[in-house]
Write a protein that binds this ligand. Structure first.
Ligand code: CTP
Length: 403
């Protein structure tokens, strides 16, 4: 998600510096190349050896090292980055950046750079609340610096409040969002459904299906990475919430419809959820008891709302591009074409979910993109790749004026 992005991480002198090796790891896991700069204060909390090991690069820590200046001047250090990230950004560091001080390598780099700067503040609650710090934050935000966090919580000093540095995963997600904000779909909104629905029988039992949510989650993530403000409405799954995506957890089809309607307006809707067609009409408030010998209780079913069809036919709030899925076990294309016409959506992503394809639980998918006048057969791809390809096709369509 951050493939090839070069991040210069400046670690200042706060206790939260102990979290930065983890932050480096998360950024690198996402494909970023991370180079670290350590202030003198930062070096009190985390060693160059640790940051060097996790970044697999030299750690820069002194403005006056002749070898460093010879090999890599401070201007070059920031020139060779796509963004500068200050984490933790202490009150002192924020004040220096706001004032344009340049008394060490870190602050010199920050003054010399023309690259985007992101800061993750970390300090005591009173220092954060102090008008001086707040004025500095306003100044920096006014100059286009992106401020990540801070969070509210327990502090190393024993107090409680705002000022805890955002967790490494949150910072990594914010960086992804930052890069995604320059993406092809920036400024648009997307709604994605994912996972199964659970339809209750009684307070402890329910009817469900085998959807893993992998495909829907991958689509939401891919759309987010292109810069779309994405809401993912998901039934119960084992999938983690994709960072950077607004996730709404639901159980039943009716809850899913309510959550989808609340997420409108959106320019893009992708319905990848395996919504139960029926729910139990005879749902009870108390657990059904087994009366040995007596016949089992009959389950009466009633039809669920069709979310894809509802969104496709919404009068004022219809998303410009509505994409459905067709889970089929036979006549895949013909059934998908019929579904496209019946539901009133723009595209159908058709896939064969016969047990031998292992589509439901697996990581790969073979799909066909069916539109009103064409059928595209895609090769077998990972679900992540299907998500990326679909997001790219959606971006093409929006750029061409669809929606
Ligand atoms: N869908 C929906 N709401 C429902 C049922 C389905 O939004 N109550 C959506 C799915 O998310 C998918 C598409 O409709 O995008 C097709 O789902 P599928 O289960 O393949 O089709 P059904 O309409 O249920 O038809 P059938 O089960 O007869 O194939």
């Amino acid at each position: 998600m951050l493939a090839g992005k070069r991040i210069l991480l400046i670690v200042a002198g706060g206790i939260a510096a102990y979290k930065t090796p983890d932050l480096v790891r998360h950024l690198r896991e996402r494909g970023a190349v991370v180079r670290c700069v350590l202030t003198d204060g930062g070096a009190q909390f985390v060693t160059p050896l640790t940051l060097g090991a996790v970044s697999e690069d030299k750690v820069y820590d002194s403005l006056f090292s002749l070898t460093d200046e010879h090999e890599m001047g401070h201007i070059n250090l920031s020139r060779q980055a796509d963004a500068l990230l200050v984490a933790p950004a202490t009150a002192n560091m924020l004040a220096k950046i706001a004032q344009g001080l340049a008394d060490d390598l870190a602050t010199t780099l920050l003054l010399a750079t023309d690259k985007p700067v992101l800061v993750a503040p970390a300090m005591n609650v009173r220092m954060w609340g102090h008008p001086a710090t707040q004025a500095n934050i306003d100044t920096l935000a006014g100059r286009g610096v992106t401020v990540i966090g801070p969070n509210e919580g327990d502090m190393a000093c024993g107090e409680y409040g705002m000022g805890r540095m955002s967790e490494p995963l949150e910072i990594a997600a914010a960086i992804e969002n930052f890069f995604a904000a320059n993406g092809r779909l920036t400024g648009s909104r997307a709604l994605v459904t994912s996972g199964p629905t659970y339809e209750p029988i009684d307070p402890v039992r329910y009817i469900a299906n085998r959807s893993s949510g992998k495909q829907g989650h991958a689509i939401a993530e891919a759309l987010m990475r292109l810069g779309t403000k994405t809401t993912l409405v998901t039934g119960p799954t084992q999938q983690p919430d994709p960072p950077g995506v607004q996730v709404v957890h639901v159980e039943s089809a009716r809850q899913m419809l309510v959550a989808c309607e609340a997420a409108l307006p959106a320019e893009i809707a992708v319905c990848a959820a395996a919504v139960a067609d029926w729910r139990v009409d005879t749902q009870t408030d108390q657990k059904l008891k087994k009366n040995t010998g007596a016949p089992p209780p009959p389950l009466m079913m009633t039809e669920n709302p069709d979310i894809l069809q509802t969104l496709s036919n919404a009068k004022n709030t219809r998303p410009g591009l509505v994409v459905g899925f067709a889970a089929e076990t036979e006549n895949v294309i013909a059934n998908a074409q019929a579904k496209l016409a019946r539901k009133g959506c723009d595209w159908i992503v058709a896939n064969d979910v016969s047990p031998n394809t292992e589509t439901f639980a697996g990581d790969a998918n073979t799909v066909h993109l069916v539109t009103a006048d064409s059928v595209e057969d895609w090769p077998r791809l990972s679900k992540a790749e299907v998500g990326e390809r679909l997001a790219d096709r959606i971006a093409d369509a929006l750029e061409a004026g669809h929606g």
